[in-house]
Design a protein around this ligand. Structure first.
Ligand code: GTP
Length: 383
């Protein structure tokens, strides 16, 4: 890691007239991860392209970035990279200019940021927004950019507070909000020195991106941030405890989609009115079926008579037969759920077929194209 150019951020701060709060015009979106925790949903579809509230999850992030003043976004792709551009094209439908840079071998979060640097147009002292591609948040992005400018930081991080920090790396800050350390997941109660964690959204001063080593995998959390801190760089934390959810696991993804449908999670890209459910054009829902809790039914999906679907996502072309009960679950594209079958907190992969009168509960994952016969299974993974 080379020393950071400390003067760049200072000169950027001096050039911004007092009271003016311009946005970051450019953003990098990290969308190249394999999404292993979300399998089987990520077998055919990269995590940012899985529909949440009726559109690929990435749409919500792009729309929020646009609303915060971003004009140019570089997507750092790797896993299943070929599916992004056919969907989003040049970004004009979202009012953005989109570019795609693909890593042949994944470069990690830091390596991916460095790898797209040549596509940025910002001047050395200007702010560049960096977003993890799996975070759903109500963060005030402009406030993070303003904090970055006002403090003259090299990097500013959105921090969120969590009730149980044991599963996260911790980011303590001093009284002025300056990051003092990046701590690994705490092993003992004494090691829980803060409830602040890295929320996966950053503002980098453009020139700082060039200090990331190039051409090899680099982790932004484990290498870039700690190394910069060690060389005396200014890393600023901004705690914003509005809605925040890491959609990395199936249960979190299902909840995030439901929260988008009900309006609990903010997004300008939900294709319809917020409420108990969202039925996309081309879906068929029986008049006596009951949809609730932020359920989303995608185009071409069919919900049969008497079925109850609560807090769930039913993807395109899936069929839920009469009197089935689907709760807090995700039913993959073209999957089939038999009559009277009960699903609770389950993920059904694309094209899977579950016959009638089955019962699957907490955390069960049915692989893509798997077949479970009628009445064959009553299974809960936590019993
Ligand atoms: P898991 O395998 O389930 O941990 O998911 P993941 O692969 O998405 O990893 P993680 O959640 O840690 O990644 C955080 C963000 O960085 C996600 O938006 C990923 O798409 C992205 N990301 C992770 N690794 C890479 C990489 O090597 N290249 C690029 N371009 N993006 C990455």
């Amino acid at each position: 890691m080379r020393a950071h150019p400390a003067s760049a951020s200072a000169s950027a701060r001096a050039s911004v007239p007092a009271g003016e709060r311009p946005a970051a015009r450019e953003a990098i979106l990290l969308v190249g991860g394999k999404g292993t925790r979300l399998r089987p949903l990520t077998v055919h579809t990269p995590k940012p392209m899985i529909p949440a509230a009726g559109v690929p999850f990435l749409t919500h992030q792009l729309a929020r970035a646009r609303a915060a003043g971003v004009e140019h976004v570089v997507l750092a792709t790797s896993y299943l990279a070929e599916v992004f551009e056919p969907h989003f094209g040049d970004g004009s439908a979202l009012g953005l200019h989109l570019e795609y840079v693909t890593e042949t071998d994944p470069l990690g979060t830091g390596g991916a940021i460095r790898n797209v640097a040549h596509r940025l147009h910002s001047a050395p002292g200007e702010p560049v927004l960096v977003l993890n591609g799996d975070i759903l948040t109500g963060l005030d992005i402009r406030a993070l950019v303003a904090t970055h400018r006002d403090t003259g930081a090299d990097i500013s991080l959105h921090l969120t507070r969590v009730e149980d920090p044991r599963a996260f790396g911790l980011v303590p800050t001093d009284a002025a909000g300056r990051v003092t350390a990046f701590l690994e997941k705490p092993q003992t109660p004494e090691e829980i020195v803060t409830d602040q964690i890295n929320a996966g959204c950053y503002v980098f001063t453009r020139s700082v991106i060039d200090t990331i080593p190039s051409g090899r995998p680099v982790s932004v959390e484990r290498e870039v941030f700690p190394d910069l801190l060690a060389t005396g760089a200014h890393l600023q934390g901004m705690v914003d405890s509005t809605y925040w959810l890491d959609l990395g696991t199936p249960q979190a993804f299902v909840r995030g989609s439901a929260d988008l449908v009900t309006g609990r999670a903010p997004s300008p890209a939900v294709p319809g009115r917020r409420g108990e459910y969202l039925v996309l054009p081309g879906a068929q829902v029986a008049a006596d079926a009951k949809l609730s809790g932020g359920t989303c039914v995608s185009a071409g999906a069919v919900i049969g008579s008497g079925a109850r679907v609560d807090g769930s996502t039913v993807l395109a072309g899936a069929v839920v037969e009469p009197d089935a009960v689907v709760k807090n679950s995700l039913v993959g594209a073209r999957a089939h759920i038999g009559g009277r079958t009960v699903l609770d907190s389950v993920v059904v992969g694309d094209g899977a077929h579950i016959g009638p009168d089955n019962e699957l509960r907490h955390g069960v994952r049915v692989w893509c194209d798997a077949r479970i016969d009628g009445g064959a299974i009553r299974f809960s993974s936590d019993q």
